[in-house]
Design a protein around this ligand. Structure first.
Ligand SMILES: [Zn+2]
Length: 287
C-alpha cells in the first residue's frame, strides 16, 4: 500500500474512541521495526521524524524515500502515514514540498497571534497537496532533570482559535511531558482534557506518551485523544536489548559483531513495544 495522509484515519479514531500510535524513527532498523509492528497487528501506523532525526539521517527527502522503499520492500499492506514531528515553519514547508503525508507545525515558541497566522499558512499549503496538519497549542513540558513535576496545560480559548485555523489534529498540553517522567510528576489533567474535548472536535494529540501509566492513557483516549506519540520508550528498549546482547558477550561469539546480528535484539524490542502500545491504544485492525 502506498503512504496515506492522516486526516481520515485520525478522524475515525476520535469518532471510534481509540488512538493510532505515532512512533519516531531514527534509522533503517527503527523504520523496519515500526512498520513490522503495524503489519503484524494489521493496523494503520504513523511513522515520524523529528527535525533532529531527519538531519541525522540526511534530510527529509531521504527519510521519506527510506520509508517509502521500506514499505515496498517489506510488502507492507496496512496504511502508513509519514509525518513530521515538531516542525518549525521552515521544516513544515520543506516537508510539504518533499511530499510527507502529514506535518506538525509547532509554533509554541512564537507569540500566539503568530502561531495562529503561521498555522493558517501551513494548513493552506499542506491542504492544497492533500497533506494533513497537526498544530500545537501552548507548550509541552520537557525538563528531564526532575524539577518540572507537571507539564503545561493548554489554554482552552487559544486551543479553540487554533483548531479554527483548520489543522486536522491538535496537540494539547494536559500535564504530559517529553522524555522520561520525573518521580514527582502529577499525572494528566483530565479536567483540562474534558474542557478541551468538549469544544474541540478535531482529533487531539498526546505527546510524551513514554512513561504515562496505561490507565491514564486509556482514559485520555476515551475522552478524545486520538494520536499518542511514543519516542523515548523505543530508544530505551533498543538500548536495553543491545546492552544485554553485548553484556552477554554475544558480539564476541562467532560473527555476533555483524550489525545484522548486533542490532537484531534492539530492533525486535522496538517491534514488541510498538505492538504492545497498539494494543493499549485499541487501534482496530484494517478491514
Ligand atoms: Zn512531542
Amino acid at each position: 500500500m502506498s503512504l496515506v495522509n492522516g486526516t481520515e484515519i485520525f478522524k475515525a479514531a476520535r469518532e471510534g474512541h481509540y488512538a493510532v500510535g505515532a512512533f519516531n524513527t531514527n534509522n533503517l532498523e527503527w523504520t523496519r521495526a515500526i512498520l513490522a509492528a503495524g503489519q503484524e497487528t494489521n493496523t494503520p501506523i504513523l511513522i515520524q521524524t523529528s527535525m533532529g532525526a531527519a538531519k541525522y539521517m540526511g534530510g527529509y527527502e531521504l527519510c521519506l524515500n527510506l520509508v517509502e522503499q521500506t514499505v515496498k520492500a517489506m510488502n507492507i499492506t496496512v496504511p502508513v502515514i509519514m509525518h513530521l514531528d515538531h516542525g518549525n515553519y521552515e521544516a513544515a514547508k520543506e516537508c510539504i514540498e518533499v511530499g510527507y503525508n502529514s506535518v506538525m507545525f509547532d509554533g509554541h515558541d512564537l507569540p500566539f497571534a503568530e502561531n495562529l497566522e503561521k498555522t493558517k499558512e501551513i494548513v493552506a499549503l499542506a491542504h492544497a497537496k492533500g497533506i494533513s496538519v497537526e498544530a500545537e497549542v501552548g507548550s509541552i513540558g520537557g525538563e528531564e532533570d526532575g524539577i518540572v513535576g507537571a507539564g503545561e496545560l493548554a489554554d482552552v480559548e487559544e486551543a479553540k482559535q487554533l483548531a479554527a485555523a483548520g489543522p486536522d489534529y491538535l496537540a494539547v498540553g494536559i500535564g504530559n511531558i517529553h522524555g522520561v517522567y520525573p518521580a514527582n510528576w502529577k499525572g494528566l489533567s483530565f479536567e483540562r482534557l474534558e474542557e478541551l474535548a468538549s469544544v474541540i472536535k478535531i482529533p487531539l494529540v498526546l505527546h510524551g506518551g513514554s512513561g504515562i501509566p496505561k490507565e491514564q492513557i486509556i482514559k485520555a483516549i476515551s475522552m478524545g485523544i486520538s494520536k499518542v506519540n511514543v519516542n523515548t520508550e523505543c530508544q530505551l528498549v533498543f538500548a536495553k536489548a543491545t546492552r544485554e546482547y553485548i553484556e552477554a558477550g554475544k558480539d564476541q561469539q562467532g560473527k555476533g559483531f555483524d550489525p545484522r546480528k548486533l542490532f537484531a535484539p534492539g530492533t525486535q524490542a522496538i517491534t514488541d513495544l510498538v505492538k504492545d502500545r497498539i494494543e493499549w491504544f485499541g487501534t482496530p485492525e484494517v478491514k
